[in-house]
Design a protein around this ligand. Sequence first.
Ligand code: HEC
Length: 151
Amino acid sequence: MNDFSKIANLILISIIGILAIIIAELNLIDNIKAANTEEVRLFCGVTAEDNLSRRKKGVRLNLTGKSLFENNCVICHEINEQVVGPALLKITERRDRKWLYQMISNSQKLIESGDSTAINIYEMFGKAKMPPFDFTTSELDSIIDYIDCYY
Ligand code: HEC
């Protein structure tokens, strides 16, 4: 092999290398774009330390909140529509977090304490009773953050 073909080979290999990097980057950009639409919409806002996993760069799945919500709340609540209970969309803009902890943990206790917001919703919903739940604060945060991801 003469010097010229060595240099030509070197250039060719460099070009292939650069192309590979560009393709990988484009793929990454697509993944991040996808993450910013679907997944972030569904799974953002992780606070619980447990059950945490990372699927794509920049996105954390709030698996704890998702499964707690699906196992305990969906029988009565949709995020976007009223079912047995009220729609929970943008709940954190309407209620403060401490109130939500109390409401989710034991709505009857909150109603009995004379909380006017809780009493009003209770009456609006024909005095349907929400069952008490024994969640840790971290689990409550996961559920609330999961709901918060919808917009
Ligand atoms: C058996 C049905 C039922 C289940 C299960 C249930 N809820 Fe409710 N929820 C209600 C009803 C009905 C209301 C309306 C208030 C009332 O009647 O006490 C309500 C009210 C609420 C409110 C207050 C909404 C507002 O506009 O202020 C929040 C927050 C809430 N629920 C969250 C949850 C979460 C989180 C779960 C699951 C951990 C859950 N609920 C499970 C029936 C239910």
